[in-house]
Ligand binder design. Structure first.
Ligand code: 16G
Ligand code: ZN
Length: 540
């Protein structure tokens, strides 16, 4: 009763706005920041319940709206393994967020406690962080008010202003009592990544300079921190680092801007950072869990995008070669697989499958890719938009640790594979760790940006956002590649696809915005435009 009173007192401070319905979606709760204080208070309650249910295992709470505009914010929970919240708990979050009154909140909370069999006497432990958004501090206050209702039984650690992947790392490392995953701090993470990077490229440096567009977000802080540990192996030039300039976050810069516009951020263009042929640039998003690379074509000066698909292909091929060099024999052989979504460019999928690398296609959203990647020994997963990482299965790690090298070459390959497993964030994709992964692979291959790009040519493609009265009538299946509803629409889309050479198109409701997305690709730009237009018309 004391607890319920404390929760009720706190809840009264953060009433739910009327006429707002919240959904815990692919990226947690995300909307205008001014609508979120009550949600943060209630998310705190759920985080505590989840931690208690898991006997005090540490749960993470991240306050960010990633690539969204500055007035937005959001919140998501991180499970003890460092992965996204168990999907079975997502609707409990939604239920708590939507209770119209304090009374109904208390009754929903009480129901959850008994329904989920939570022992309130268990301890709870939470770590939390936020990005650089101006709305962050107030939302963190609301979150902390939720923890305070439980009194001293809840242990909290404020990681402060940091990136989403750093928070995931801290959660995973805190829960790994063996200490093998590294120290549960920002410094611990930077140390782990940079020492693996040094093992991999220490004798190949200094690497060619790299320009990094930080989207004026929290990635700028993390990158400054990381460069302190990297020494002079690589010269990194951070740009778009104005984290306290109002309105600058994600504006005309960042991974989402670059991927959607297929162009340089104007700031990068006008400063001419990439004008020296072969110079590489990359862009993070607002919370630094996404990255895309690019460069300017040597002769034509045109923009060339190296997106998540390009990273996946390069990395998968490289690991395949490294495993061959390691000469791991027989049953213990380690195999590489790739996970993509329907948005992966058809050329990338064809490139991989024609080289006997297995490819799985899953629905959009990191959690789907992550789980599918866990089924491979070394699972490379990337969304075209730049979310992704590489997972090493426990069996693969054990095989590598126990492998008996047959030559100095194989010993080296094994050492490098293990160093890559330390360099790469095993909890979630990280722009910083992915950047070092790309740089290390390029250095090992002796490649520049154009060598990397030469593997395959993207099919021309188009992504269109269509506003519809009710997106819930669009129901997709087969990893979102086909529509089962509205009846008959899929047949029409397929007819349109058949009309153009190498035509492919699909329609899916967005999980983050009130719209439907239409994707089309074909052999020529003209055909893509035709196909996209037909499908958009069908949807409208
Ligand atoms: C979320 C997902 C991202 C996905 C995007 C699709 C996470 C952490 N983020 O941002 O992976 O690409 O949604 O958005 O899972 P859409 O459903 O609006 O197309
Ligand atoms: Zn993000």
């Amino acid at each position: 009763a004391v607890l319920l009173n404390a929760i009720a007192d706190g809840a009264n401070e953060y009433p739910k706005p009327e006429q707002v319905t919240y959904t815990y979606g692919t990226a947690g709760f995300r909307t205008l920041a001014i609508k979120l204080p009550s949600v943060l208070f209630r998310v705190a309650l759920l985080a505590v319940l989840r931690s208690k249910r898991l006997e005090g295992a540490t749960i993470g709470v991240m306050v960010t709206a990633s690539h969204n505009p500055e007035p937005d914010n959001g919140v998501k929970l991180v499970d003890p393994s460092g992965e996204m919240l168990d999907p079975n708990w997502e609707h409990h979050a939604t239920a708590l967020a939507n209770c119209p009154t304090t009374e109904s909140l208390i009754s929903t909370f009480t129901t959850l406690v008994s329904h989920l069999r939570v022992d309130l006497h268990q301890p709870a432990s939470i770590v939390y962080a936020r990005d650089t958004r101006p709305s962050g501090p107030d939302l963190i206050h609301a979150l902390e008010a939720g923890f305070k209702a439980f009194g001293a039984s809840v242990k909290v650690v404020d990681v402060g202003v940091t990136t989403t992947p750093v928070l995931h790392h801290v959660v995973k490392a805190t829960n790994d009592k063996s200490g093998a995953y590294g120290k549960p701090t920002v410094e611990g993470y930077m140390e782990k990544m940079s020492s693996a990077f040094k093992t991999l490229v220490g004798n190949k440096g200094p690497l060619a300079p790299l320009y990094v567009d930080c989207a004026n977000g929290v990635g700028a802080n993390a990158l400054t921190e990381l460069t302190k540990y990297l020494g002079d192996i690589i010269t990194i030039h951070p740009i778009n680092t104005a984290t306290s300039t109002p309105g600058a976050l994600n504006s005309q810069c960042g991974a989402d801007f670059v991927k959607t516009r297929q162009a340089l951020p104007p700031s990068v263009q006008s400063a001419g950072y990439l004008s020296k042929p072969g110079t590489r640039g990359c862009s993070y998003d607002g919370d630094a869990d996404r990255i895309v690379y690019y460069y300017l074509h040597e002769n034509k000066g045109t923009f060339r995008l190296l997106d998540g698909d390009k990273v996946a292909v390069m990395v998968a091929m490289f690991f395949g070669d490294l495993i061959a060099k390691a000469k791991l024999e027989g049953d213990s052989k380690v195999k590489v697989g790739v996970v993509q979504t329907a948005y992966a460019n058809g050329s990338s999928t064809k490139y991989l499958t024609s080289r006997n690398i297995p490819v799985t296609c899953v629905s959009t959203g990191v959690k789907h890719l992550h789980h599918a990647a866990q089924r491979y020994d070394i699972g490379v997963y990337f969304e075209a938009n730049g979310h992704g990482t590489v997972l090493f299965s426990p069996r693969a790690l054990q095989t590598l640790q126990e492998a008996k090298p047959t030559s100095p070459d194989s010993a080296n390959a094994i050492k490098h594979l293990l160093a890559f497993s330390d360099l790469i964030n095993q909890a979630v994709g990280d722009a910083l760790s992915d950047m070092l992964l790309v740089e290390a692979v390029l250095a090992h291959r002796g490649w520049g940006a154009s060598d990397w790009d030469a593997g395959y040519e993207d099919l021309p493609n188009r992504l269109v956002k269509v506003e519809v009265p009710d997106r819930s009538i669009f129901v997709a299946t087969d990893a979102e590649r086909k529509l089962v509803h509205p009846a008959g629409l899929q047949e029409e889309i397929e007819k349109a696809m058949a009309k153009v050479e190498m035509g492919r198109s699909f329609v899916r409701p967005s999980g983050t915005e009130d719209c439907v997305r239409v994707y089309a690709e074909a052999k020529s730009q003209v055909d893509v435009e035709t196909l996209a237009k037909i499908v958009v018309d069908l949807v409208e």
